[in-house]
Ligand binder design. Structure first.
Ligand SMILES: [Zn+2]
Length: 448
C-alpha cells in the first residue's frame, strides 16, 4: 500500500487552496521542468515555485494539500480524435461516459468526430453535442463537423454555421474525400475561417474489402490487405492541394513511413500541414491481429516494424505534431464476430498514459515531447487555448504517477466499451487525478 495523496474523509469540501506539494511540474511550452509546489486558488493557478506553499497553508484546515512528492504534474491533455457515438449508438458510448473516460485518461478537452447517427453535418447536431457535454461538465467536448453532407464526399457542409455552433475543424473521418474537386473546394472554404480540414487518408479503390495491412501476415491469414500506398497517395495529393490553396490541412492517424516522408518534406517547404498518430500505431504491428484478432482491426490498419520506427522518430522530432487516441468504442456485437464483419477501432482515452509511458521510460520519446504532443500541439491545431502550468491559467491539470505498476482491466475503464488489445497487461505509470477548474474530474484509486 502507498500513502494516499490526501485523506479524502478529512479533506475540506470546498478548499480555499489546493496545494500540489513537491511535484515534478512539466510544461514544455512554458520551459518548465522542476520539482516545485503548484497552488490552485478558485480554479486558477495562483502560484508556482519551490517552497511556494507557506507553513501556514500546509497546516490550514481550509487548504487541501496533495502530497505528491516526485509525481508528475502536467497540463491536462487535448485529444484531437475521439468517437463518442452520441447521437445514435449510445449502447457503445454516450457523451457522459465518453467524458468520464476522457477525465480518467487525463484529458481536459476532446474533439469528437462527426460519424454519429445521424452524421454531424448540421448546426443542430453540433449544438446538441456542445449543450449535452456542458450539462455533463468536466472534460470539454469540441465537435469536429463533417466536410461533406452525409460524409458522401459530394456537397460541402455549411462550415460557417458549424463553426459558429462550436465546431473546431471539419473531417469526414472514416471516409476519405476522394474527389480532388471537392477536396480543393473544402480547403478553400475552410481557409476563409482558418479551420483545419482533417483528412482520413485512404484511397478506397485500393482498399476494397481490406481487413488489415497488406503484407506477409495478411497473406498467411488469407485476409485481403490495405496497402500503404492507399494512404500515401491521398496524403501526396492533399499536400499539393494544401499548397495550392494555402489552407490548413491535418492528416488524421498517420500509419505509414511514406506518409511521414511526405509530411516532413511538405513541412520543410512551408506547407501548412499538421499530423497526428495514435498509440496503437506507435506500439503494435500487424502481427498483433494474430493474437488479439478483431480487437486489432483498426482503420488505417496496424503496419510493420519499419512504419513504427518512422512514426516514433517523426513524433519525437515534431514532424508528427500530436498524439490522438482515435478512441473508437464498439460493443461485443461489433467485435465478437468474423474479421470481415467486425467494425474497426479500439478504445483509447484511458490507455494513453500507461501505454505510451513505455516509450518515455525507454528514452524513445522525450517526456517534453510526450507532453507537448498531448497539450500545446493539438490545441494549436484546433485553435484552443492550451492547458498550461503558467500562473493565471485555468487549472487544467493531470497528476501522473510515472512508476506505479498496475494492470489495466476492462472493469477499470469508465468507457462503456472495452474493445482494446491493451487490457490485462501490467503497466508502469498511470493517471492519479485530473483537475479541471475547481473540480477533480477524476480521482483514481489510492492503493498500489
Ligand atoms: Zn477515427
Amino acid at each position: 500500500m502507498i500513502a494516499p495523496l490526501f485523506d479524502r474523509a478529512r479533506a475540506p469540501k470546498h478548499p480555499e487552496l489546493v496545494v500540489f506539494r513537491g511535484v515534478r511540474a512539466v510544461d514544455p511550452a512554458a520551459g518548465l521542468d522542476a520539482l516545485i509546489d503548484v497552488i490552485v486558488e478558485r480554479g486558477l493557478i495562483a502560484r508556482v515555485g519551490a517552497g511556494a506553499a507557506t507553513q501556514e497553508e500546509l497546516t490550514s484546515e481550509r487548504v487541501l494539500v496533495v502530497d505528491a512528492l516526485g509525481r508528475w504534474l502536467l497540463p491536462a491533455f487535448v485529444d484531437l480524435h475521439a468517437h463518442f457515438r452520441e447521437p445514435g449508438q449510445e449502447y457503445k458510448e454516450d457523451i457522459g461516459s465518453g467524458l468520464a473516460a476522457a477525465a480518467a485518461g487525463g484529458f481536459a478537452h476532446v474533439c469528437c468526430m462527426p460519424n454519429t447517427k445521424p452524421i454531424n453535418d448540421t448546426r443542430a447536431i453540433t449544438e446538441m453535442m456542445v449543450a449535452r457535454a456542458a450539462s455533463v461538465g468536466g472534460t470539454r467536448l469540441h465537435p469536429i463537423a463533417a466536410i461533406t453532407k452525409g460524409q458522401r464526399g459530394e456537397e460541402l457542409t455549411e462550415m460557417a454555421d458549424l463553426r459558429e455552433a462550436g465546431a473546431v475543424g471539419v473531417s469526414d473521418d472514416g471516409v476519405c474525400v476522394m474527389s480532388s474537386v471537392v477536396m480543393r473546394r473544402a480547403l478553400e472554404y475552410a481557409r476563409t475561417f482558418d479551420m483545419p480540414v482533417i483528412q482520413h487518408c485512404e484511397d478506397h479503390g485500393l482498399t476494397a474489402g481490406a481487413q488489415m495491412h497488406e503484407g506477409a501476415v495478411a497473406t498467411r491469414l488469407g485476409l485481403r490487405g490495405w496497402p500503404r500506398v492507399a494512404e500515401d497517395a491521398i496524403v501526396a495529393r492533399d499536400l499539393l492541394l494544401a499548397e495550392a490553396t494555402g489552407a490548413r490541412y491535418h492528416v488524421a492517424h498517420v500509419s505509414t513511413e511514406g506518409s511521414v516522408r511526405l509530411i516532413r518534406e511538405a513541412k520543410s517547404r512551408g506547407i501548412r500541414v499538421t499530423a497526428e498518430v495514435t498509440p496503437h500505431h506507435l506500439m503494435l504491428t500487424d502481427e498483433a491481429i494474430v493474437g488479439y484478432r478483431t480487437f486489432c482491426k483498426v482503420n488505417p490498419p496496424l503496419r510493420e516494424a519499419r512504419d513504427i520506427e518512422a512514426l516514433r522518430a517523426a513524433l519525437a522530432d515534431g514532424t508528427i505534431d500530436a498524439i490522438a487516441t482515435d478512441h473508437a468504442p464498439h460493443s461485443p456485437l461489433e467485435k465478437d464476430c468474423e474479421m470481415q464483419e467486425a467494425s474497426p477501432g479500439m478504445v483509447g482515452l484511458e490507455l494513453v498514459v500507461p501505454v505510451l509511458l513505455e516509450l518515455v521510460h525507454a528514452g524513445v520519446l522525450p517526456l517534453a515531447r510526450f507532453v507537448d504532443a498531448l497539450t500545446r500541439a493539438p490545441s494549436k491545431i484546433v485553435g484552443l487555448e492550451a492547458p498550461s502550468l503558467v500562473v493565471g491559467a485555468r487549472a487544467e491539470l493531470t497528476l501522473v504517477d510515472p512508476d506505479l505498476e498496475h494492470v489495466v482491466s476492462a472493469a477499470s475503464l469508465r468507457s462503456k466499451s472495452k474493445n482494446s488489445p491493451f487490457l490485462d497487461r501490467t503497466y508502469r505509470g498511470r493517471v492519479e487525478l485530473t483537475m479541471l477548474g475547481e473540480q477533480f474530474a477524476f480521482l483514481g484509486g489510492e492503493h498500489r
